[in-house]
Design a protein around this ligand. Structure first.
Ligand SMILES: NC(=O)c1ccc[n+]([C@@H]2O[C@H](COP(=O)([O-])OP(=O)(O)OC[C@H]3O[C@@H](n4cnc5c(N)ncnc54)[C@H](OP(=O)(O)O)[C@@H]3O)[C@@H](O)[C@H]2O)c1
Length: 262
Protein backbone atom coordinates (compact mmCIF):
# COMPACT_ATOMS: atom_id res chain seq x y z
CA UNK A 1 0.00 0.00 0.00
CA UNK A 2 1.42 3.44 -0.91
CA UNK A 3 2.38 5.65 2.00
CA UNK A 4 0.26 8.75 2.64
CA UNK A 5 1.84 12.13 1.91
CA UNK A 6 2.06 15.15 4.20
CA UNK A 7 2.86 18.61 2.83
CA UNK A 8 4.54 20.66 5.57
CA UNK A 9 5.28 24.37 5.18
CA UNK A 10 8.07 25.98 7.24
CA UNK A 11 9.85 22.65 7.63
CA UNK A 12 13.35 24.17 7.57
CA UNK A 13 13.41 24.91 11.31
CA UNK A 14 11.66 24.75 14.67
CA UNK A 15 8.23 23.18 15.03
CA UNK A 16 8.08 22.51 11.26
CA UNK A 17 11.24 20.37 11.31
CA UNK A 18 9.88 18.44 14.29
CA UNK A 19 6.53 17.98 12.52
CA UNK A 20 8.40 16.57 9.52
CA UNK A 21 10.21 14.14 11.84
CA UNK A 22 7.05 12.96 13.59
CA UNK A 23 5.14 12.48 10.31
CA UNK A 24 8.12 10.55 8.90
CA UNK A 25 8.31 8.35 12.00
CA UNK A 26 4.65 7.53 11.44
CA UNK A 27 5.16 6.42 7.87
CA UNK A 28 4.30 9.52 5.84
CA UNK A 29 6.15 10.56 2.71
CA UNK A 30 6.85 14.27 2.86
CA UNK A 31 6.77 17.39 0.74
CA UNK A 32 8.66 20.01 2.72
CA UNK A 33 8.51 23.70 1.82
CA UNK A 34 10.40 26.79 3.01
CA UNK A 35 12.82 29.38 1.61
CA UNK A 36 16.14 27.92 2.90
CA UNK A 37 16.88 25.15 0.42
CA UNK A 38 20.04 23.94 2.23
CA UNK A 39 18.05 23.33 5.41
CA UNK A 40 15.42 21.39 3.45
CA UNK A 41 18.16 19.29 1.87
CA UNK A 42 19.58 18.50 5.33
CA UNK A 43 16.17 17.16 6.29
CA UNK A 44 16.01 15.09 3.09
CA UNK A 45 19.39 13.59 4.05
CA UNK A 46 18.17 12.87 7.58
CA UNK A 47 14.77 11.36 6.78
CA UNK A 48 15.18 10.18 3.20
CA UNK A 49 16.34 6.65 4.08
CA UNK A 50 13.00 5.77 5.72
CA UNK A 51 10.46 7.76 3.68
CA UNK A 52 10.44 9.75 0.43
CA UNK A 53 11.04 13.45 1.02
CA UNK A 54 10.54 16.11 -1.66
CA UNK A 55 11.95 19.57 -0.89
CA UNK A 56 10.35 22.65 -2.46
CA UNK A 57 12.17 25.96 -2.00
CA UNK A 58 9.53 28.67 -2.09
CA UNK A 59 8.80 32.06 -0.55
CA UNK A 60 5.16 31.75 0.50
CA UNK A 61 4.91 35.44 1.41
CA UNK A 62 5.28 36.30 -2.29
CA UNK A 63 2.01 36.65 -4.20
CA UNK A 64 2.97 33.78 -6.56
CA UNK A 65 4.39 31.64 -3.72
CA UNK A 66 1.41 29.35 -3.09
CA UNK A 67 0.89 28.86 -6.87
CA UNK A 68 4.56 27.89 -7.23
CA UNK A 69 4.05 25.27 -4.51
CA UNK A 70 0.84 23.90 -6.13
CA UNK A 71 2.68 23.57 -9.44
CA UNK A 72 5.67 21.82 -7.82
CA UNK A 73 3.38 19.32 -6.07
CA UNK A 74 1.38 18.73 -9.28
CA UNK A 75 4.63 18.10 -11.17
CA UNK A 76 5.57 15.46 -8.59
CA UNK A 77 2.21 13.79 -9.34
CA UNK A 78 1.39 13.50 -5.65
CA UNK A 79 -1.88 13.78 -3.73
CA UNK A 80 -1.65 15.62 -0.44
CA UNK A 81 -3.29 13.58 2.33
CA UNK A 82 -2.29 15.94 5.11
CA UNK A 83 -1.61 19.66 4.72
CA UNK A 84 0.36 21.23 7.56
CA UNK A 85 0.25 25.03 7.47
CA UNK A 86 3.11 25.71 9.85
CA UNK A 87 5.19 28.49 8.21
CA UNK A 88 4.83 31.75 10.09
CA UNK A 89 6.71 34.86 11.13
CA UNK A 90 6.37 37.19 14.10
CA UNK A 91 6.99 40.86 14.83
CA UNK A 92 7.65 41.95 18.40
CA UNK A 93 7.61 45.70 17.96
CA UNK A 94 4.57 47.92 18.46
CA UNK A 95 2.59 48.11 15.23
CA UNK A 96 3.35 51.73 14.38
CA UNK A 97 7.08 51.24 14.93
CA UNK A 98 7.20 48.28 12.53
CA UNK A 99 8.14 48.65 8.91
CA UNK A 100 4.93 48.48 6.84
CA UNK A 101 6.42 46.01 4.39
CA UNK A 102 7.23 43.53 7.15
CA UNK A 103 3.63 43.66 8.38
CA UNK A 104 2.32 42.95 4.89
CA UNK A 105 4.77 40.08 4.57
CA UNK A 106 3.56 38.64 7.87
CA UNK A 107 -0.07 38.83 6.78
CA UNK A 108 0.81 37.34 3.38
CA UNK A 109 2.47 34.33 5.03
CA UNK A 110 0.46 33.78 8.22
CA UNK A 111 -2.94 34.51 6.66
CA UNK A 112 -3.01 34.62 2.86
CA UNK A 113 -0.76 31.65 2.04
CA UNK A 114 -2.44 29.50 4.70
CA UNK A 115 -5.87 30.38 3.28
CA UNK A 116 -4.87 29.70 -0.32
CA UNK A 117 -3.25 26.36 0.56
CA UNK A 118 -6.26 25.28 2.64
CA UNK A 119 -8.66 26.25 -0.17
CA UNK A 120 -6.66 24.48 -2.88
CA UNK A 121 -5.89 21.24 -1.02
CA UNK A 122 -9.14 21.27 1.00
CA UNK A 123 -11.14 21.03 -2.26
CA UNK A 124 -9.03 18.12 -3.48
CA UNK A 125 -9.40 16.34 -0.13
CA UNK A 126 -13.19 16.74 -0.14
CA UNK A 127 -13.23 15.39 -3.71
CA UNK A 128 -11.40 12.27 -2.51
CA UNK A 129 -13.47 12.03 0.70
CA UNK A 130 -10.43 12.05 2.94
CA UNK A 131 -7.85 14.47 4.28
CA UNK A 132 -6.46 16.36 7.22
CA UNK A 133 -5.44 19.99 7.58
CA UNK A 134 -3.27 21.02 10.52
CA UNK A 135 -2.92 24.77 11.02
CA UNK A 136 -0.33 26.09 13.45
CA UNK A 137 -2.00 28.90 15.36
CA UNK A 138 -0.88 30.04 18.84
CA UNK A 139 -2.04 30.83 22.37
CA UNK A 140 -1.98 34.38 20.94
CA UNK A 141 -5.03 33.33 18.87
CA UNK A 142 -7.25 33.62 21.93
CA UNK A 143 -6.73 37.24 22.96
CA UNK A 144 -5.23 40.50 21.75
CA UNK A 145 -1.51 40.83 22.46
CA UNK A 146 -0.30 44.44 22.67
CA UNK A 147 3.26 44.58 21.34
CA UNK A 148 2.52 41.75 18.90
CA UNK A 149 -0.77 43.11 17.58
CA UNK A 150 -0.58 42.05 13.92
CA UNK A 151 0.90 38.65 14.77
CA UNK A 152 -1.85 37.96 17.34
CA UNK A 153 -4.51 39.14 14.88
CA UNK A 154 -3.09 36.82 12.22
CA UNK A 155 -3.22 33.89 14.65
CA UNK A 156 -6.79 34.80 15.71
CA UNK A 157 -7.62 34.52 11.99
CA UNK A 158 -6.03 31.06 11.85
CA UNK A 159 -8.06 29.81 14.82
CA UNK A 160 -11.32 31.31 13.57
CA UNK A 161 -10.80 29.92 10.06
CA UNK A 162 -9.97 26.49 11.46
CA UNK A 163 -13.10 26.36 13.61
CA UNK A 164 -15.43 27.55 10.82
CA UNK A 165 -13.87 25.30 8.19
CA UNK A 166 -14.00 22.27 10.47
CA UNK A 167 -17.78 22.74 10.69
CA UNK A 168 -18.17 23.42 6.96
CA UNK A 169 -16.36 20.14 6.28
CA UNK A 170 -18.20 18.05 8.87
CA UNK A 171 -19.17 14.72 7.33
CA UNK A 172 -16.85 15.08 4.31
CA UNK A 173 -14.03 12.95 5.72
CA UNK A 174 -11.79 16.01 5.96
CA UNK A 175 -10.83 17.41 9.37
CA UNK A 176 -9.21 20.71 10.29
CA UNK A 177 -7.11 21.19 13.42
CA UNK A 178 -5.56 24.25 15.06
CA UNK A 179 -2.42 23.58 17.07
CA UNK A 180 -2.05 26.48 19.52
CA UNK A 181 1.40 26.39 21.14
CA UNK A 182 2.64 28.77 23.79
CA UNK A 183 6.23 30.05 23.67
CA UNK A 184 8.35 27.22 22.24
CA UNK A 185 12.13 26.97 21.84
CA UNK A 186 12.75 27.73 18.13
CA UNK A 187 14.39 30.45 16.03
CA UNK A 188 11.19 32.46 16.42
CA UNK A 189 11.44 32.18 20.19
CA UNK A 190 14.79 33.97 20.10
CA UNK A 191 12.82 37.12 19.28
CA UNK A 192 10.54 36.46 22.24
CA UNK A 193 13.52 35.92 24.54
CA UNK A 194 15.07 39.19 23.33
CA UNK A 195 11.77 40.83 24.24
CA UNK A 196 12.08 39.64 27.84
CA UNK A 197 10.55 36.14 28.05
CA UNK A 198 12.67 33.92 30.31
CA UNK A 199 13.97 30.68 28.84
CA UNK A 200 12.39 28.26 31.37
CA UNK A 201 9.05 29.36 30.01
CA UNK A 202 9.78 27.83 26.61
CA UNK A 203 8.33 24.45 25.60
CA UNK A 204 10.30 22.05 23.47
CA UNK A 205 9.45 21.94 19.75
CA UNK A 206 9.50 18.16 19.57
CA UNK A 207 6.74 17.66 22.15
CA UNK A 208 4.67 20.47 20.59
CA UNK A 209 4.94 18.79 17.19
CA UNK A 210 3.97 15.44 18.70
CA UNK A 211 0.81 17.01 20.15
CA UNK A 212 0.03 18.55 16.78
CA UNK A 213 0.42 15.20 15.06
CA UNK A 214 -1.79 13.42 17.62
CA UNK A 215 -4.51 16.09 17.44
CA UNK A 216 -4.44 16.05 13.64
CA UNK A 217 -4.66 12.27 13.49
CA UNK A 218 -7.58 12.32 15.97
CA UNK A 219 -9.38 15.05 14.00
CA UNK A 220 -9.46 17.26 17.10
CA UNK A 221 -10.32 20.86 16.25
CA UNK A 222 -8.24 22.76 18.84
CA UNK A 223 -5.16 21.53 20.71
CA UNK A 224 -3.32 23.71 23.21
CA UNK A 225 -0.13 21.92 24.34
CA UNK A 226 0.84 22.19 28.01
CA UNK A 227 -1.12 22.69 31.22
CA UNK A 228 0.11 26.27 31.78
CA UNK A 229 -1.00 27.29 28.29
CA UNK A 230 -4.36 25.56 28.74
CA UNK A 231 -4.86 27.42 32.03
CA UNK A 232 -3.98 30.75 30.41
CA UNK A 233 -6.34 30.17 27.50
CA UNK A 234 -9.22 29.00 29.74
CA UNK A 235 -8.71 31.91 32.11
CA UNK A 236 -8.83 34.49 29.31
CA UNK A 237 -11.97 32.93 27.81
CA UNK A 238 -13.97 33.62 30.98
CA UNK A 239 -12.85 37.21 31.68
CA UNK A 240 -14.35 40.43 30.36
CA UNK A 241 -12.50 41.52 27.23
CA UNK A 242 -11.54 44.90 28.75
CA UNK A 243 -9.71 43.10 31.58
CA UNK A 244 -7.78 40.73 29.31
CA UNK A 245 -6.88 43.66 27.05
CA UNK A 246 -5.77 45.89 29.94
CA UNK A 247 -3.65 43.15 31.54
CA UNK A 248 -2.06 42.45 28.15
CA UNK A 249 -1.11 46.12 27.88
CA UNK A 250 0.29 46.12 31.41
CA UNK A 251 2.35 42.99 30.75
CA UNK A 252 3.66 44.41 27.47
CA UNK A 253 4.73 47.67 29.10
CA UNK A 254 6.50 45.83 31.90
CA UNK A 255 8.48 43.63 29.48
CA UNK A 256 9.54 46.44 27.15
CA UNK A 257 7.29 45.28 24.33
CA UNK A 258 5.69 48.69 24.14
CA UNK A 259 8.01 51.59 23.52
CA UNK A 260 6.74 55.08 22.80
CA UNK A 261 5.73 55.62 19.18
CA UNK A 262 8.02 58.20 17.56
N1 LIG B 1 7.99 29.39 18.72
C1 LIG B 1 6.93 29.83 19.35
O1 LIG B 1 7.03 30.31 20.50
C2 LIG B 1 5.56 29.72 18.72
C3 LIG B 1 4.44 29.86 19.54
C4 LIG B 1 3.17 29.76 18.97
C5 LIG B 1 3.04 29.53 17.62
N2 LIG B 1 4.15 29.40 16.84
C6 LIG B 1 3.95 29.19 15.40
O2 LIG B 1 4.65 28.02 15.02
C7 LIG B 1 4.95 28.09 13.62
C8 LIG B 1 6.41 27.68 13.41
O3 LIG B 1 7.25 28.65 14.04
P1 LIG B 1 8.61 28.27 14.80
O4 LIG B 1 8.48 28.72 16.18
O5 LIG B 1 8.98 26.88 14.50
O6 LIG B 1 9.59 29.33 14.09
P2 LIG B 1 10.85 29.16 13.13
O7 LIG B 1 11.82 28.20 13.68
O8 LIG B 1 11.27 30.57 12.87
O9 LIG B 1 10.21 28.52 11.81
C9 LIG B 1 9.46 29.26 10.91
C10 LIG B 1 9.40 28.48 9.61
O10 LIG B 1 8.62 29.26 8.67
C11 LIG B 1 9.38 29.36 7.46
N3 LIG B 1 9.12 30.61 6.75
C12 LIG B 1 9.28 31.87 7.23
N4 LIG B 1 9.00 32.75 6.26
C13 LIG B 1 8.67 32.04 5.16
C14 LIG B 1 8.28 32.38 3.85
N5 LIG B 1 8.21 33.67 3.46
N6 LIG B 1 8.00 31.39 2.96
C15 LIG B 1 8.09 30.10 3.34
N7 LIG B 1 8.43 29.69 4.58
C16 LIG B 1 8.72 30.67 5.47
C17 LIG B 1 10.83 29.31 7.90
O11 LIG B 1 11.65 28.83 6.85
P3 LIG B 1 12.60 29.73 5.92
O12 LIG B 1 13.15 30.82 6.76
O13 LIG B 1 13.62 28.73 5.46
O14 LIG B 1 11.72 30.21 4.82
C18 LIG B 1 10.77 28.26 9.01
O15 LIG B 1 10.87 26.97 8.48
C19 LIG B 1 4.63 29.53 13.19
O16 LIG B 1 3.39 29.56 12.52
C20 LIG B 1 4.53 30.27 14.51
O17 LIG B 1 3.69 31.40 14.43
C21 LIG B 1 5.42 29.49 17.37
Amino acid sequence: MPRPTALITGASSGIGTELARVFARNGYDLIIAARREARLNDLVAELGSTVTVHPVAVDLAKSRGPRKLFDAVAELGLEVDVLVNNAGVISTVPMLDADGGSLTEMINLNVRALTELSHHYGRKMVGRGYGRILNVASVASFQPVPGMSVYAASKAFVLSLTESLSEELRGTGVTVTALCPGPTRTEMAAALEDAGLVSWFLADARSVAREGFDACRAGQVIRVPGIANQALVSWSQYQPRWLVRALGGLAARSTDFLKPVR
